[in-house]
Design a protein around this ligand. Sequence first.
Ligand code: DNO
Length: 403
Amino acid sequence: MIQTMRWFGLNDPVSLMDIRQAGCSGVVTALHQIAVGEVWNESAILERINIVEADNQQFTTLNWEVVESLPVHEDIKKGLPTRDIYIENYKISLQNLAKCGIKIVCYNFMPVLDWSRTNLNYEMPDGSRALRFVWEDFVIFDLYILKRPNSQNDYAEEVQISAKKKFDSMTKEEISGLRNTVLLGLPGSEEAFELENFQGLLNNYATIGDTELRQNLYYFIKQVAPVAQELGVKLCIHPDDPPFSLMGLSRVVSTENDLAQLMAACDVNANGITFCTGSLGVRADNNLPKMIERFGNRIHFLHLRTTKREKNLPGDVSQNFHEAAHLAGDVDMYEVVKAVVLEEKKREKEGRIDAKIPMRPDHGHQMLDDLHKKTYPGYSAIGRLKALAELRGLEMGIIKSMA
Ligand code: DNO
């Protein structure tokens, strides 16, 4: 695996030097300053490359390895006539990235929201902090904070009763904390929302169900993947996080079958996957090592992380979870890394120069000194350093034991 870490640009409290010292050769970053749907021009891309590479003469080399993300405009997800303009822009951005030598591009197709959690400071038994998702809290947001019209129809009566009971016992601070956690957008999400506008964004999807969203995704990929293929760029979709529908919005990249359908919709290698074990692993029906074997050649980027499934209340339709330490939790990280190593060996045998897959330790607990610092949720330095060190050791052990 090529070791990388995500970097949010010059405002990121974690520096490029930190990432270098963690042992990475690659950086995962994006031009967050460019509005979603606008073209990424060459000069903006080169500017970022120069920043990433600035200290390469003096120290070990860092490259901009993966774009995460080149975001997809909402009009494409909604299938509006204007989508064609944004799809053209997307192709131009891919051309510009290719000209600058950047060849792996992550994106997602989650309507309105990117990744979502209900608690960003969940205390672990050792005092470190993790991210957590609790369905009941999400229901409280939907029913009693957002007050989405007809949202009652989406929840079983018992869920509504217990959510109401919990809501009535919450303090003002707890309510505004939950509201901000859901609305404010997590790092890497392209937008933060105002409660007042949020309902309008959801309304736009009133007529877009599972079938329509899939069609819109396939329409998009059928146009951009062949262009990427020509350019030698690999697109890789990030799965839904969490992998189930939220607030009446469909999600269509959550299961093995979803991924298989997407791969078949445009059968070129450039139509690939960001294999995020943290997102996919929330669902017990996703067999991760088997999926790595199945999609092998189409996996262009890895997010390694694990979650611990928690008990749900009767009537909940989703899965509660918190983010566990990288070698704990429900993901069998040994089997996952082994499957990755086998895939890489296959590629090496074929003599491919892209045999090694870029990997980033996804998220990390807030711990040690970072507990006293302001950090991006999930993206503090020390937690990710620990995760990377564990994953790197695991990989070496597996490779050596196979030799
Ligand atoms: C969260 C991230 C996501 C991801 C996007 C990719 O930590 O994995 O925000 O970057 O969904 O498009």
